[in-house]
Design a protein around this ligand. Structure first.
Ligand code: THG
Length: 402
């Protein structure tokens, strides 16, 4: 309160102070993720896998890591805000090797993949990427991967953070399917940002820029064939290169970095501010195994009425009754909000209204958040209250993306 008064007095005296204070608030996003970084040593072990790009990521000065699919995932390079601005204006190279592939091959491959999701895959084309909710027998989320149909008897599930390989192997065994399930040596490297097309054309030829969103193709990298898709966990446009030989990791990273010099390329990673603005839902972050795909906001990918998948009965019931809660955006009426990985309560005059799952300070939209909002309060513009460690603030419910 004292600080706010002092700031107001100074802004009154000299309006130019405003931009300085805004800059300070903006830099508040300097915090790593979670807000209070764990200042502990993360020992090397076979359980926390490095990626083919980790050496380069560290040489580039990565400031934070999280663990995803038992593997290292960078969370920040300069600051969340600086990384965000750069991602929106230039091009970044992202080590997203944690997006592990579960490869399903064999005559029953298409059958097994369809069993795992309520999304209708019957019209999927070769080299198409499809965002698919994966559900268990209770209709609860197992994962939300991108399925890539390489051919009818060879699929990749580019998974979020849960052990899908075990689920796939269990189903294949229990259902006596003629398939082979394995994690191949495949590590995605993302190129994201508005200058991605120019950079990728330089490295792989103009043909790569002809790829439509969520379509992929085979391209040559230095005599080696790699799959490239127009996809990535941002709304700034870009590609993902699926490198299928870890020993070429440094070579690919260096080639992309070098070609990107003229486009001001920098290393980056999925950015908290950008993904909250975009409304990109994170399995395990915003929702998980205790939520169904309708709560995830993935109703448009659920067709239990025409797809014979695991959890069909449960999903039909949920669809008929409507979900109890859904992920929504929140515009927070606060001068600043700490970057947060969730857990703050959302309330309404009438009581409990939900839980915040992520929050960030957006340079464009101000304090924003995502939250699991109870069904009574889903209507856009509903006013709720968000309880943060820095105070209680009004928050307006909004659809995603914001
Ligand atoms: N790329 C790859 N694998 C991944 C991710 C990725 N595995 C983990 C995780 N991300 C899976 N989850 C998502 C969530 C959203 C999207 C992609 C993967 C996404 N969604 C688009 C959107 O919301 O705008 C829409 C996609 C669609 O409608 O088809 O891109 O990022 N390889």
């Amino acid at each position: 309160g004292l600080w706010a008064c002092l700031c107001l007095v100074l802004i009154r005296a000299n309006p130019a102070c405003m931009s300085i204070f805004l800059k300070i608030l903006y830099e508040a996003n300097q915090v790593s993720f979670p807000a209070k970084p764990l200042a502990i040593h993360l020992g090397p072990s076979a359980r926390i896998r490095r990626t083919p790009f980790s050496d380069r990521v560290e040489a580039a000065g990565v400031k934070g890591y999280t663990v995803y699919n038992h593997m290292l995932l960078p969370t920040m390079f300069r600051s969340l805000a600086e990384d965000y601005e750069h991602l929106r204006t230039a091009v970044q190279i992202w080590d997203v090797a944690v997006e592990r592939q579960v490869e399903i091959t064999g005559p029953d491959a298409a059958k097994l993949v369809q069993m795992m999701t309520p999304r209708d895959l019957s019209k999927a084309e070769d080299l198409q990427c499809l965002y698919i909710p994966m559900t268990d027998h209770d209709g609860m989320m197992v994962n939300d991967p991108i399925a890539i149909k390489l051919s009818s008897d060879r699929w990749w599930l580019s998974i979020a953070d849960s052990d899908v390989l075990l689920w796939a192997k269990g189903l294949a065994y229990g259902m006596k399917l003629n398939v082979h399930c394995q994690e191949p040596d495949v590590s995605p490297l993302a190129v994201q940002g508005p200058k991605s097309d120019a950079l990728m054309a330089k490295l792989f030829g103009e043909a790569v820029t002809k790829l439509k969103f969520f379509r992929s193709g085979w391209f040559d990298f230095d005599g080696h064939t790699v799959l490239i898709a127009r996809s990535g966990w941002s709304h700034q446009g870009g590609f993902e290169i699926y490198l299928d030989d870890a020993s070429l990791g440094h070579k690919l990273w260096d080639a992309v970095s070098e070609a990107g010099q003229e486009f001001d390329i920098r290393p980056g990673c999925p950015n908290l501010i950008e993904r909250v603005e975009a409304g990109l839902v994170s399995y395990g972050g915003d929702a998980g195994s205790k939520n169904n795909p309708y709560e995830f906001g993935l109703a448009k990918y659920c067709h239990p009425e025409r797809v014979d998948c695991i959890g069909r009965e449960a999903l039909l019931k949920i669809a008929a009754n409507g979900p109890d809660r859904i992920i929504r955006g929140l515009k927070v009426h606060a001068p600043m909000i700490a970057a947060c990985a969730g857990g703050w309560p959302l309330t309404h005059k009438s009581g409990h209204a939900g839980t915040v799952t992520a929050a960030a300070m957006s340079p464009r939209l101000g304090a924003i958040a995502m939250g699991m909002v109870e069904r009574e309060f889903l209507e856009p513009d509903t006013m709720l209250e968000i309880t943060t460690p820095d105070g209680v603030f009004p928050a307006k419910v909004s659809l995603l993306p914001m």
